[in-house]
Design a protein around this ligand. Structure first.
Ligand code: BG6
Ligand code: MG
Length: 218
């Protein structure tokens, strides 16, 4: 049976992580909370609601439900203003050719993202028809590090977790893949993503043949 591949979106396929950072930083600074790259690392892979909860806890702040919603919407608007300017040119290096190789060899491929903006982003970068299954923040109830998003993707692809390879740039996402019994590939810094089964700094650091001989987790 052909190995199935599941891709996170933000920070793996496209570099939207930098836009999330800018939008959260603007919001945090506005309400008087310090926000640097270090804090941002802990928000990667984390849902919109959980992200704002974390930022508020760092600043020892609480908000009314109404204000919380308002700030979350404001952040998303700022974020979408960046996203809307994206084109195919914003797909991260090596991703397109790797996806082409997988498709040529008939591997099932899915998207597994925490984002409620996933479909908007795929449209901007012209990848709307690439994935056989799209599991995103609109259909998942338990956020990464819970494996729900990836288990649902495996189910949609009609395969078992042990037959899946997951690409992730976040700590929470690697933990989710591992918890689901899938082989995890970190995209990013080896020290940050030390829980991953394998780690590469980007998609140019490996090629399709690497996965022909890969030792799967289960
Ligand atoms: C993840 C990002 O993919 O999606 C997080 O890594 C983000 O930073 C989360 O908070 C939710 O995204 P959105 O687009 O629904 O706010
Ligand atoms: Mg990500």
């Amino acid at each position: 049976k052909q190995t199935a591949f599941i891709f996170d979106l933000d920070g793996v396929i496209v570099d939207t992580a930098k836009f999330h950072f800018l939008a959260w930083q603007k919001l945090a600074n506005k309400i008087g909370i310090n926000f640097s790259e270090k804090e941002n690392e802990q928000l990667k892979g984390v849902s919109r609601v959980k992200s704002l909860e974390k930022i508020l806890s760092w600043g020892n702040k609480t908000l009314s439900d109404e204000e919380f919603q308002r700030l979350m919407n404001e952040k998303n608007q700022d974020y979408l203003n960046y996203v809307k300017q994206m084109t195919e040119a914003d797909i991260l290096p090596g991703v397109n050719s790797f996806l082409d190789d997988l498709k040529a060899k008939n591997h099932p491929i899915a998207l597994g993202s925490a984002s409620k903006n996933a479909k908007t982003i795929l449209k901007c970068v012209k990848l709307s028809d690439t994935f056989e299954a799209i599991i995103d923040g609109t259909v998942v109830s338990k956020a990464k590090p819970d494996p729900e998003v990836f288990l649902k993707a495996a189910q949609c692809l009609n395969t078992t977790p042990s037959n899946c390879i997951v690409f992730e740039d976040s700590i929470a996402g690697i933990q989710a893949a591992n918890a689901g019994g899938m082989t995890s590939i970190g995209i990013g810094d080896k020290n940050t993503l030390h829980e991953a089964d394998f780690c590469f700094s980007n998609f140019l650091q490996f090629d399709y043949p690497f996965f022909k001989n890969i030792k799967m987790k289960a």
